[in-house]
Design a protein around this ligand. Structure first.
Ligand SMILES: C[C@@H](N)C(=O)N[C@H](C)C(=O)O
Ligand SMILES: [Zn+2]
Length: 238
């Protein structure tokens, strides 16, 4: 089993600057891509107002269309399934709190009691686990959460029959199974090959993958700027 790379948290240094290019957020076309329905965070009551999670910047959509073409060259009939895309900062805050509560309950702890005692070792350990996988809901324009920029997507694969491909762990699981190379040394299982198929198509279209999440890709945000060696990100929070 292999580890999650050099980024211990999902924060990036403020030195990676953003020059907002002003592209619009546009809907991801449901006739070209599978969109997970019902949307997971909407079903939890996340505060989207009148906005849709299935939107991205025009330059990102262009590359997503290219990624699906690359995928279908390698795996005819397979499609990208979009789990999540645009995420307002209020939704990021809601989901970070939700992840904290879920992890606390999984340990048999009361989330409200832990929140009331934020300096306790148990609360600190759970927040560390949350922020290994979730970006802080920062409202600082210099450090926007990636999905609030319209540049980031959480994506999986459907096979040629339309069935979900086996990826080895569910999207959003806060555990080492989410690390992209976790199953690299298990060739008897299909998970690593499927993760590589997804990453290969996305990378061919210019996306970068999050070092700790097999499903999270972006183009044009600060993580992309850092991992691709580009000086400036194109998208801020929108
Ligand atoms: C946890 C996952 N849904 C996700 O989107 N993580 C990234 C790093 C984020 O919160 O921006
Ligand atoms: Zn994501």
């Amino acid at each position: 089993m292999s580890g999650g790379g050099e980024l211990g948290r999902t924060e990036l240094p403020e030195s990676i600057a953003i020059r907002e290019c002003g592209e619009s957020l546009v809907p991801i076309p449901a006739d070209r891509f599978a969109l997970t329905q019902p949307h997971a965070y909407g079903s939890l009551g996340a505060p989207y107002g009148n906005r849709s999670p299935y939107c991205i910047r025009t330059g990102v959509l262009k590359r997503l269309i290219a990624a699906q073409s690359y995928l279908q060259q390698d795996a005819p009939g397979w499609t990208l399934q979009i789990f999540d895309a645009y995420r307002p900062i209020a939704v990021q805050r809601f989901m970070v709190d939700h992840a904290f509560a879920e992890l606390a309950r999984a340990q048999g702890r009361d989330p409200d009691a832990l929140r009331a005692d934020p300096e306790s070792a148990a609360a600190i350990a759970i927040w560390q686990q949350v922020f290994e996988f979730w970006a802080p809901p920062s409202s600082n324009p210099a450090t926007p959460p990636p999905h609030s920029t319209g540049a980031a997507l959480d994506v999986t694969l459907l096979d040629a029959t339309g069935a979900p491909a086996a990826m080895g762990s569910p999207i959003d699981e806060c555990s080492p199974r989410s690390y992209p190379d976790h199953f690299r040394d298990c060739p008897e299982l299909p998970y690593h090959a499927h993760r590589q198929l997804l990453a290969g198509a996305m990378r061919a279209a210019g996306f970068v993958r999050h070092p700790r999440e097999w499903w999270h890709f972006s183009w044009g945000d600060r993580l992309w700027a850092q991992l691709s060696g580009t000086a400036i990100a194109h998208y801020g929070s929108i």
